[in-house]
Design a protein around this ligand. Structure first.
Ligand SMILES: Cc1cc2nc3c(=O)[nH]c(=O)nc-3n(C[C@H](O)[C@H](O)[C@H](O)COP(=O)(O)O)c2cc1C
Length: 218
């Protein structure tokens, strides 16, 4: 074959990075600054993601300003109160610190910017645009793990309020709000699994071959 060939050792490194990527809860972050060169590598990883029609439909707002973070935190508090009511039969919810807005040195809001002209590949499945932005998020997340940096994807937010706080253009869609920083500890398993909130689904329960199985009774 032509092109870059990966060795077994390199494959194993990728596997390790995927295996050890975690979501960090707020109390696990350290205030230690992220060097600009490291941040640039995270952004480079995001910008290297695949995108429908190579449209690269993403925009990033890198947030360090304490007053902006304070507003985002207030937005989170309101949404989290709503969530607490939804989970009022599960007191465990109240124990999770599901954001790291002020405990991380950097927050990054990642937006989908729709194209004003047709995009190759997006003519039928419009969501291929936002899906592309999710891949940028994942690339950044994996590179962060390779840099031993923790990430919390925060979605307990009111999109419209966040857009107003960040002066985002009307047409832009908020895809992800990431809190990024060095951590005290990387756990082997997801925090929600450790806390018995959720369990990992088995591979057999998720994979179908050729088509979804017919109900034998139908
Ligand atoms: C789209 C998306 C939104 C999420 N929103 C939140 C959130 O608001 N707060 C939080 O603490 N974790 C959030 N998470 C993290 C998940 O809880 C986490 O990925 C899951 O528990 C599995 O853990 P792991 O990432 O360590 O494998 C989000 C993850 C994704 C992919």
């Amino acid at each position: 074959m032509k092109g870059r060939y990966f060795t077994e050792q390199e494959r194993q490194i990728l596997e390790e990075i995927i295996r050890h990527r975690r979501t960090e809860l707020g109390e696990n972050f350290l205030s230690q600054e992220i060097p600009e060169t490291v941040l640039n590598r995270l952004i480079w990883a995001a910008l290297s993601a695949p995108s429908v029609g190579f449209s690269q439909p993403w925009e990033f707002v890198i947030i360090r300003d304490a007053s902006i973070k304070e507003k985002i935190k207030a937005c989170f508090e309101i949404e989290n109160e709503k969530a607490k009511k939804i989970f009022n039969d599960k007191p465990l919810y109240n124990q999770f610190k599901l954001e790291g807005i002020q405990t991380t040195p950097i927050n990054i809001a990642i937006f989908y910017k729709p194209s004003s002209s047709p995009v190759l590949g997006q003519t039928s499945m419009k969501k291929a645009g936002p899906y592309s932005v999710c891949l940028a998020v994942q690339n950044l997340w994996l590179m962060a793990r390779a840099e031993n940096i923790g990430v919390c994807w925060l979605s307990i937010l009111d999109e419209q309020k966040v857009k107003r706080i960040l002066n985002a253009p009307d047409e832009n869609e908020l895809i992800a709000y990431l809190c990024i920083g060095y951590v005290k500890e990387f756990t082997e398993r997801p925090q929600l699994e450790i806390a018995n909130w959720e369990t990992r689904k088995s591979q057999e329960s998720l994979i179908y071959y050729d088509s979804y199985h017919q109900d034998s009774n139908s």
